[in-house]
Design a protein. Structure first.
Length: 613
């Protein structure tokens, strides 16, 4: 493993942001830690619980395991799994529990599948009604994790999951059981298929009507072709980068492909790792590991890699689960100083397999640590701390895992050292103005598109925008406003289906942008998009005042989003209300009725869109 004899000075902005988060969070973090201490001081479940409770909990265990956990008081690992064989990223998890149980037995411990959590794929539901359940599936997963662990007979936990809402949901749930040592166990990305650039080109051709369904399906199937996560650097793969930066994985686990000879051993190592915390009485429960410094490290890793905008919502919620309060000002301040070290699609042409081959998370974390952009003095699930996460795992001749320093960049068109970054600042900006607060990801947006000023066209749905595009009504400089897409309106679906038509318009030379209170995918790229506008229109936000023809100026350089209307007129202009037909249709069908209470109670995007806080 890599080591460092000297600790570099922390960048002053990173230090300042961490300090203000710590001060802001003092009451809530203090309350969280006090609750955690109460749970830590209890006797283990098998000793604390009544005989009938214990008998129920271990009735199905093989006799030898039952003896271990009851009579020998052996550690018992609770496994929470997001396995299903619909999602390519989660299908490989099917046999993980058997590997974990076998490894636990070797080490004198036991393991049980505590429960499963739902896992949905945004790629399947994108643009359809099911997508309106996507954001709230995160909190459903968190609640499912809590139900699984509520049996309260576990000494440690392993979280099996990978994708967009699944990892944040598992993490939120795990942090509500913060007294447990916890390790996250991924499955890795699928091998490379049709390149992401080639796939996007076919999508744009389809939007223009130049290719039909058969050609489009062939391209999509060549891109998404096997087990593992999608290969672009969207939300799922950003999850994995952030977990490495937080020290919650076995080091270097994130981007090893399913089926790779090292993958099975890494899964066994996860069991060994979590048991090493439990058996050695090393005080590293997840509620202590995830502190203010750990959260800042995750934010820095997101910015340095041009990661998914979804995490400006999800990691706010994750932090809140640990009693830590962060906001978009914190992201913005860090983004101003954190260098962009990677070019991975959509802010480059490489996929995550090429990123891994060039050095991957290990390279990025080492560079950020050495340049003082990350806190080195943090707890992780490993005894060697965050420096262990600067390494890449492989198998020795006898099959045992070995780690080696990531070394120099294997491809400086994909990853670069902190001294020679692609950009001196991160890829995310906070925009403010008379429309409220929003964010924009500019790491993939051409420099000449960072400022767009144009008359707007207002849409109440993404379908309405598609209709106007097909009719040729948008063949001009235009800022498309798509409202009624926030958490309270319809669950804040991703609007990635808008990317191809907007990209076509930009490709024709028009100056275009998107402004919305909805989300864009982690795969959104070259078209400027002010997203997550808060307050949302349905909550009385000024996005509900905008009218067709209003001139809007989106200025990522000045970090502003303004409707250029006389201030007196703007103040007097009434808020529009959601069209009745849209209101009647929202939340009806595809199980959306069951999520009505979540829509009613959801906090704003900048507050994590939490439904439980």
């Amino acid at each position: 493993m890599a080591t460092s004899s000297t600790v570099p000075a922390l960048h002053p902005t990173v230090e300042a942001v961490t300090r203000r988060i710590t001060e802001r969070s003092a009451p809530t973090r203090g309350a969280y830690l006090a609750q955690l201490e109460v749970a830590i001081q209890r006797k283990p479940g098998a000793e604390r619980m009544g005989c009938a409770n214990v008998a129920h909990a271990f009735a199905a265990l093989p006799g030898s395991d039952k003896f271990k956990v009851v009579a020998e008081k052996a550690p018992n690992i609770g496994i929470v799994t997001a396995y299903n064989d619909l999602l390519s990223a989660h299908a490989p998890l099917q046999h993980y529990p058997d590997l974990i149980k076998a490894e636990a037995r070797k080490l004198g411990a036991t393991a049980q599948v505590a429960g499963g959590v739902p896992a949905m794929c945004d790629g399947v539901t994108q643009g359809f009604e099911g997508m309106e359940l996507s954001l709230f599936s995160r909190d459903t997963i968190a609640m499912s994790t809590a139900i699984a662990l509520s049996h309260d007979v576990f000494d440690a936990a392993l979280m099996l999951g990978v994708c967009d809402k699944i990892v944040p949901g598992l993490l939120i749930g795990a942090l509500h059981f913060g007294h447990l040592p916890t390790v996250f166990v991924p499955a890795g990305p699928m091998t490379s298929g049709l390149s992401n650039n080639a796939k996007s080109k076919v999508r744009e051709q389809a939007a223009l009507g130049l290719v039909g369904r058969e050609e489009l399906l062939a391209a999509e199937s060549a891109a998404y072709h096997g087990p593992g996560t999608c290969t672009f650097y969207g939300t799922a793969n950003s999850n994995q980068m952030l977990l490495e930066a937080m020290g919650l994985h076995v080091p270097g686990t994130a981007f090893i492909n399913p089926g790779n000879s090292v993958r099975e051993e890494l899964t066994r190592e996860a069991a060994r790792t979590v048991l090493s915390i439990t058996k050695a009485k090393r005080f590293a429960p997840i509620g202590k590991v995830v502190d203010e410094r750990c959260i800042v490290n995750a934010m820095v890793a997101l910015l340095a890699t041009g990661g998914s905008t979804n995490h400006l919502i999800h990691w706010v919620a994750v932090a809140r689960a640990a009693g830590i309060l962060i906001d978009w000002n914190d992201f913005s301040a860090l983004s101003d100083v954190v260098p962009l070290l990677t070019r991975v699609y959509p802010n480059g042409s490489a996929d995550v397999n090429q990123f891994q081959a060039a050095g991957g998370p290990g390279f990025v974390i080492r560079e950020l640590l050495d340049a003082g952009f990350m806190h080195a003095d943090v707890l992780t699930v490993r005894s060697g701390g965050l420096r262990e996460f600067c390494s890449i795992p492989s198998a020795a001749a006898d099959g045992a895992l070995v780690w080696a320093d990531a070394g120099p960049s294997g491809d400086d068109s994909v990853v670069r050292p902190a001294a020679q970054p692609f950009s001196a600042s991160g890829g995310l900006k906070l925009l403010q103005g008379n429309l409220g607060r929003s964010v924009i990801k500019i790491s993939a947006v051409p420099d000449d598109r960072h400022v767009i000023e144009a008359p707007c066209r207002v849409f109440d749905s993404q379908e309405a925008l598609h209709t106007a595009f097909k009719a040729g009504e948008l063949d001009r400089d235009v800022i498309c406003v798509v409202r009624w897409q926030g958490p309270q309106a319809n669950g804040m679906p991703e609007l990635h289906k808008l990317t191809p038509p907007m990209a076509v318009l930009q490709g024709k030379g028009f100056r275009v942008a998107l402004v919305t209170d909805g989300r864009m995918s982690g795969a959104s790229g070259k078209v400027p998009a002010a997203i997550h506008v808060s307050p949302e229109a349905a909550a009385g936000g000024d996005l509900a005042k905008v009218r067709d023809g209003d001139v809007i100026r989106l200025d990522a350089n000045a970090e502003t989003l303004q409707v250029l209307v006389d201030p007196a007129e703007w103040a007097a202009r009434p808020l529009a209300t959601m069209p009745e037909a849209l209101r009647a249709a929202n939340g009806v069908g595809m199980g959306r009725e069951l999520f009505a209470n979540m829509r009613r109670n959801a906090l704003a995007a900048e507050q994590g869109a939490c439904t439980w806080f």
